[in-house]
Design a binder for this molecule. Structure first.
Ligand code: ZN
Length: 542
């Protein structure tokens, strides 16, 4: 305690020579060092303007409450202090934005989508963030980097809870700028507690980094130009709940709806505009689409928000799956009779990047039971992927080229099928992937199965080639995924989305919702026109 007190004592500049000041670096977690920063930057200026002090914090996950899986603290791969800069290339040492503030990164954690976060993991991560924030106060700004679809066991509106607890520490005057995934949820409480807010404008999220940079730039601009908090924040709840696979911005109608966002945001008097699709696989009142617009021109803020909300609502009947869909057997039949290869099939119900457990065996069992794939020279099929730590142990013992037999999957989610028996030849063993840890390819007939130590999404070509697999030469590639990520999309000769069972079932009508607001499109037929009038979110009291 005593040591902390000594470090925190203010330094009087008259005791320090200019030479000493010049040599200071621009970043330090130590508050007294930060004090030097601004004079080092502004030397020669008799009345220097202090650099703003901006903290960085956030947790990102989308977690399905319809999956029996639970997410622990380790899954967030939390970064602390200066290590956090590596997540933001636009804040690299020589970047223009880095020199515009004294940055105080605290804790940023990102997890693969999964089941609900345990209360213990959430409390631990939140408390570590709050402790770190307390240490380096005060702040002019805070960049809050979240996904927005975190479900926590026993907590309602987790991101709303998190930001409220941050406010209790840093106070209501600090400007908070939040960036989110468009599949996140914006509760009224989150809208109240953040000053600036934005989200991605593309799905798949090719603009993720650009969005984070925009959130940081808006924050710096508002501090720098002295305007501070926006005069108006408009919030509109839209009673629509759709899976991301029906709202890809690659295709209509979401393409046109989202194309209107950037021009709307660049109008005079508007700071930012955003449309959230929301997250379909959790059952809370906040799960629905939202539009928010921030700015200083009341009339423009309100009318822009209403126009965007109406566009989203009016397009509702056009939202459909990004690829033709079918049952698994329909998809396999089409792939086997097609002349187009590689033929991709999304095993969508257990998509780990939407929150599926990633270990549902139902699809793999169906594939292994098909006679077409029984012999080595049958149609080649890559299956990505199934976790099987015990089978991995056997494969390592058998070595590459050896025979292996054992069970995989259905440890977390055994609701649709039990663990699958895999008996085949070990083709490769790879170590060191951050998510999978160990990956093994086992060939069974003409099927190459990727077995992992821990679950991992397969989104990139290199995820396959590093295991000695060539998806471009494979007849069929089945991936636990929803819409194809860009590299897979670019290499597909054809593609079907299989409506398979799992924690992120694409058929929302099969999900047992109890707590979302009703009526909700498309679950409730013949619903009345909703009220899409913008509500202005009041400023927090000082
Ligand atoms: Zn998303």
């Amino acid at each position: 305690m005593l040591v902390c007190f000594v470090i925190a004592r203010p330094i009087h500049l008259k005791n320090i020579s200019l030479d000493k000041i010049k040599n200071r670096v621009t970043y330090s977690l130590n508050p007294k060092e930060n004090h030097f920063d601004f004079y080092a930057k502004k030397e020669g200026n008799l009345q220097p303007k202090p650099l703003p002090r901006i903290a960085i914090a956030g947790l990102g996950i989308e977690s399905s409450t319809f999956s029996p899986a639970l997410t622990n603290e380790e899954a967030f791969h939390a970064k602390y202090g200066a290590a956090i800069f590596s997540s933001y290339p636009f804040l690299s040492v020589d970047s223009p934005l880095r020199s515009k503030a004294v940055w105080i990164p605290t804790l940023v954690g990102k997890s693969l989508p999964g089941g609900a976060v345990t209360r213990e993991a959430y409390e631990s991560l939140v408390n570590k963030t709050l402790d770190s924030l307390k240490k380096y106060m005060p702040y002019d700004g805070l960049y809050f980097d979240i996904h927005g679809a975190m479900s926590v066991v026993g907590i309602e509106d987790a991101e709303g809870d998190f930001i409220t607890r941050i406010r209790k520490v840093i106070g209501n005057e600090t400007l908070i700028s939040t960036s989110m995934d468009l599949h996140g949820n914006v509760s009224w409480r989150l809208a109240e507690n953040t000053d600036l807010i934005t989200c991605y404008r593309m799905a798949p999220h090719e603009d993720a980094m650009e969005t984070k940079q925009r959130a940081v730039k808006n924050l710096l601009d508002r501090i720098d130009n002295g305007k501070g908090k926006p005069a108006y924040k408009a919030w509109i709840s839209i009673p629509i709940l759709l899976p991301g696979e029906k709202t890809s911005t690659r295709i209509e109608p979401a393409k046109t709806v989202y194309q209107a966002v950037a021009p709307a945001a660049s109008q005079q008097g508007i700071i930012d505009a955003a449309i959230w699709v929301g997250y379909a696989w959790a059952d809370e009142p906040r799960n629905h689409a939202v539009v928010m617009v921030t700015g200083d021109d009341k009339q423009k803020v309100v009318s822009t928000a209403q126009q965007l909300a109406e566009r989203f609502w009016n397009a509702r009947s056009g939202y459909s799956f990004v690829a033709p869909t079918g049952t698994l057997s329909e998809c396999l039949h089409k792939a086997l009779t097609s002349t187009k290869h590689p033929f991709f099939i999304s095993d969508s119900g257990d998509n780990p990047t939407a929150g599926g457990a990633g270990d549902v065996t139902w699809t793999l069992k169906e594939i292994l039971a098909r006679t077409e794939f029984k012999s080595d020279n049958g149609p080649s099929l890559i299956y990505a992927s199934i976790p099987g730590p015990d089978l991995i142990k056997n494969a390592i013992a058998a070595k590459v080229g050896g025979q292996v037999k054992g069970y995989a999957g259905a440890v977390v989610d055994a609701r649709y099928a039990p663990p699958v028996l895999i008996s085949g030849t070990v083709e490769s063993i790879e170590y060191g992937d951050i998510n999978a840890e160990v990956e093994v390819v086992i060939r069974v007939g003409s099927v190459h199965i990727i077995v992992t130590q821990k679950r991992k999404p397969y989104h990139k070509e290199v995820d396959f080639t590093r295991l000695g697999l060539n998806p471009r030469k494979s007849d069929i590639v089945v991936v636990k995924i929803g819409y194809l990520e860009p590299e897979l999309y670019a290499m597909r000769a054809d593609w079907l989305l299989a409506l398979t069972p799992g924690g992120v079932d694409q058929n929302l009508e099969r999900l047992p919702y109890k707590r979302i607001q009703r009526p909700m499109f498309p679950l409730d037929k013949n619903m009345k026109e909703p009220d899409l009038t913008a509500r202005l979110v009041p400023s927090l009291k000082k």
